[in-house]
Design a protein around this ligand. Structure first.
Ligand SMILES: Nc1ncnc2c1ncn2[C@@H]1O[C@H](COP(=O)(O)OP(=O)(O)OP(=O)(O)O)[C@@H](O)[C@H]1O
Ligand SMILES: [Mg+2]
Length: 561
C-alpha cells in the first residue's frame, strides 16, 4: 500500500461505538429463535408459556394458561396470553419486558425453564421490529391494583420506553400479554404452537392450558394432576465445576471478611475441613480478604480443588416430572396400548452440575406421528419440562435415541412404528447449544444417561411385545384347531355312535386347556442385552454408576477427584 494512502488510527476509530445488547439481537434475531415464519411464532409462544410456568412454580400456584392467536392479515397475527401466576410488581414491569439480560433467574443456579433474562424482552423486540407496535401488558400481584401498560424498547439504551400506564383498583392476580407480529405464519404442523402446547401439557401434567387458534378452534389440555411441583431451590455452585474466572468474579462480589469463609459459604460441599486441605496446597494465607485474591491465587485454589475429593453436588434442587405424573399424562393424552416410564437417579455433567433424565415410551393408541398414510415414530424432547421443537439434529437427546438398536427391543421398523418416545432432562444448568435454547449439547455424561434410560424402557417394551406376539400365535393356533374340531366331532360321532354336539363341546374344552397350558409353559422371556458401548466410546453402565448420586453412593465424586 502507498504510504500516503494509509489511514491514521484516529480516523479509523471515529467509527468506534458501544452497541447495546438489544441492538445486537435486533440485527441477529435468529440467535433468539426468530428465524422462519413458523418458528418465530412458536418462539413467542414458548417465551410466554415458559415464563408463566416458571412464575407459577416458584409461587406454588397450579397454572392456568390461555393462549389465543388471531390472524389480522396475511402473515400478520396477534398473540394474546393470560396466566394466573403471581403477577409482576409495577416497579419491575419496565425491566421485565423492555430490558435484555434482566430477570430473576440468571444468577441463581436454579432449575427453571428460563435461564437468561432475555426471553420476553426478545418478544417485545420482535414485535416492535416487525410491526412498529408496543407490547401490551396487564398484570397484578393480587393486592387490589391492576396495571395496564404499553411499552417498547429503546434499542440504543436497552431500556423500556413506557407509552402508557393505566392503574386501577381491582382484585385479580396474574399477567396478560398481547403482541402483534408480522412476517410469521400459523399452521398445525409438528413445529407449531399447537404441538408446542400439547407437549407442554404432557410434561407439565399439573397445568391447564387453553388454546384458541386463528380459526377460532378451542382446545383445552386438562390437567391430569393437582400436585404442584415443589418450588425449585437454588443450589450453590459445586467446586469441581469452577473455573478461575468464576472464582475471581465470585470473590470480588463476596461480602465475607476472609477468603476461607468466602469459600465455605459460597460453594456446596465445601466444609472447614476441605478449606484446610486447600490451605495445604496453596502458597498464601486463606485468611486474606477475598476481594483481594489475585488471578494467580485463584488459579492455585482451582488447582487444589482438582487434587481434593468432594462429595457429589446435592440434588434437592432437581425436580423431575416423576414417573407417576408422566404416566398419567401419557395415558391421558396418548392413550397407548403400552407404556413404560423411567426416572433415573441424578448424575452430574461438566464436572459439577447436577442433572437427571426421565424417559417414557408409548406404543399404539395415539402414540407416534400421524402422517396421513401411516404412523411414524415421534420423539418428544424436553429441557426442564419445556418442549424442544427445533434444532433436533445437533441435540444430545436425538443422538442418544438414534444410538439405540431398537430392533433388539422388538421394533423392526422403528422409523415407522406407532411409538412416542419422551425424554426430559432437568438440570440447574442445561448446556443449550444457543440462546434459542432448542438443543442440548452433546456432553458425554448426558448422552450416556439418556441412552441407559432408553435401553431400560426398551427392555420393558420388548417383554410386552413378545408377550403380545405369543398371544397372537396362540390365538392363531386355537382358531385352526377350532376350525377342524367341527369336522372331527362329526366323524367321531359316527364312529362312536355318540352325540356330535357333546363331542364338539368336549373337544372345545380340550383345545382351551391345551392353549392355556401353552401360555403357562412359555413364562417370561428374558429380553436381549444390548451392548452398552454402541456409539458411545466404550463406556459401560458400571462406569457411569461411579458418578451416581444417591444416598448410599453420595461419595460418588470422591473417586473422580
Ligand atoms: N408471566 C410472568 N409472571 C411473573 N413473572 C414473570 C412473568 N414473565 C416474566 N416474568 C419475570 O420476568 C423475568 C424476565 O423474563 P425473561 O423471559 O425475559 O427471562 P427469564 O425467563 O429469566 O430467562 P430466559 O431468557 O431464559 O427466558 C423473569 O425472570 C421473571 O422474573
Ligand atoms: Mg423466560
Amino acid at each position: 500500500m502507498e504510504p500516503n494512502s494509509e489511514k491514521h488510527a484516529d480516523e479509523l476509530f471515529k467509527e468506534f461505538r458501544e452497541t447495546s445488547i438489544t441492538e445486537f439481537f435486533r440485527k441477529n434475531r435468529a440467535h433468539l429463535g426468530y428465524s422462519g415464519k413458523l418458528r418465530s411464532l412458536t418462539t413467542v409462544v414458548h417465551e410466554i408459556v415458559t415464563n408463566s410456568l416458571d412464575a407459577c412454580e416458584e409461587a406454588g400456584i397450579l397454572p392456568e394458561i390461555i393462549i389465543r392467536i388471531d390472524e389480522l392479515n396475511t402473515e400478520h397475527y396477534r398473540v394474546s396470553s393470560s396466566d394466573n401466576g403471581p403477577g409482576i410488581p409495577m416497579k419491575h414491569i419496565a425491566d421485565v419486558f423492555g430490558k435484555m439480560l434482566a430477570g430473576t433467574k440468571f444468577h441463581r443456579n436454579v432449575q427453571l425453564r428460563g435461564q437468561q433474562g432475555i426471553g420476553i424482552a426478545g418478544v417485545t423486540l420482535f414485535s416492535q421490529t416487525t410491526t412498529g407496535k408496543p407490547i401490551k401488558i396487564k398484570t397484578s400481584t393480587g393486592k387490589g391494583k391492576v396495571n395496564e401498560i404499553e411499552l417498547m424498547i429503546d434499542i440504543t439504551k436497552n431500556k423500556a420506553d413506557i407509552l402508557s400506564n393505566e392503574e386501577y383498583s381491582q382484585y385479580w392476580r396474574g399477567t396478560e400479554i398481547g403482541v402483534e407480529l408480522k412476517g410469521i405464519k400459523f399452521n398445525l404442523s409438528e413445529r407449531g404452537p399447537f404441538e408446542y402446547l400439547r407437549r407442554t401439557a404432557i410434561a407439565n401434567p399439573h397445568t391447564q392450558i387453553t388454546f384458541i387458534d386463528p380459526e377460532g378452534r378451542k382446545t383445552v389440555f386438562d390437567r391430569s394432576s393437582e400436585k404442584i411441583p415443589k418450588p425449585p431451590a437454588s443450589i450453590k455452585a459445586h467446586p469441581k465445576g469452577l473455573e478461575v474466572d468464576d472464582l475471581i468474579n465470585m470473590s470480588k462480589a463476596s461480602k465475607a471478611r476472609k477468603a476461607n469463609s468466602f469459600l465455605v459459604t459460597t460453594f456446596s460441599r465445601m466444609s472447614n475441613a476441605k478449606v484446610k486441605e486447600i490451605q495445604g496446597h496453596v502458597s498464601f494465607d486463606l485468611n486474606k480478604n477475598p476481594r483481594k485474591l489475585t488471578w494467580a491465587e485463584c488459579e492455585e485454589i482451582i488447582n487444589a480443588i482438582e487434587e481434593i475429593k468432594f462429595l457429589a453436588p446435592p440434588t434437592e434442587g432437581l425436580e423431575a416430572i416423576g414417573e407417576g405424573q408422566i404416566k398419567n399424562a401419557v395415558l391421558n393424552i396418548l392413550d397407548p396400548e403400552f407404556e413404560a416410564v423411567l426416572t433415573r437417579p441424578p448424575k452430574v455433567h461438566s464436572g459439577g452440575i447436577p442433572f437427571q433424565v426421565e424417559v417414557a415410551i408409548a406404543h399404539g393408541g395415539h402414540a407416534g406421528r400421524n402422517i396421513g398414510e401411516g404412523t411414524k415414530h415421534e420423539l418428544m424432547r424436553f429441557g426442564n419440562k419445556a418442549p424442544l421443537l427445533f434444532d433436533a439434529g445437533g441435540c444430545a437427546i436425538t443422538k442418544s435415541v438414534n444410538s439405540v438398536d431398537w430392533k433388539r427391543y422388538g421394533m423392526k421398523d422403528f422409523e415407522n412404528s406407532p411409538v412416542t418416545i419422551l425424554v426430559n432432562l432437568v438440570s440447574t444448568h442445561i448446556p443449550y447449544t444457543s440462546a434459542g435454547k432448542q438443543s442440548i449439547a452433546e456432553e458425554k455424561e448426558i448422552l450416556k444417561e439418556i441412552r441407559f434410560a432408553l435401553m431400560e424402557v426398551g427392555r420393558k417394551f420388548q417383554m410386552y411385545h413378545s408377550r403380545k406376539r405369543r398371544a397372537l400365535e396362540r390365538e392363531a393356533k386355537k382358531q385352526i384347531l377350532l376350525k377342524y374340531s367341527i369336522e372331527l366331532a362329526s366323524g367321531l360321532a359316527k364312529l362312536t355312535n355318540k352325540d356330535d354336539k357333546k363331542i364338539l363341546k368336549e373337544l372345545h374344552d380340550l383345545i382351551e386347556e391345551r392353549i392355556t397350558g401353552l401360555e403357562l409353559d412359555e413364562g417370561e422371556e428374558e429380553p436381549p442385552e444390548e451392548e452398552l458401548d454402541v456409539g458411545l466410546e466404550g463406556e459401560s453402565e458400571e462406569v457411569s454408576d461411579e458418578n451416581q448420586i444417591d444416598e448410599k453412593n453420595e461419595e460418588g465424586l470422591e473417586g473422580g477427584g
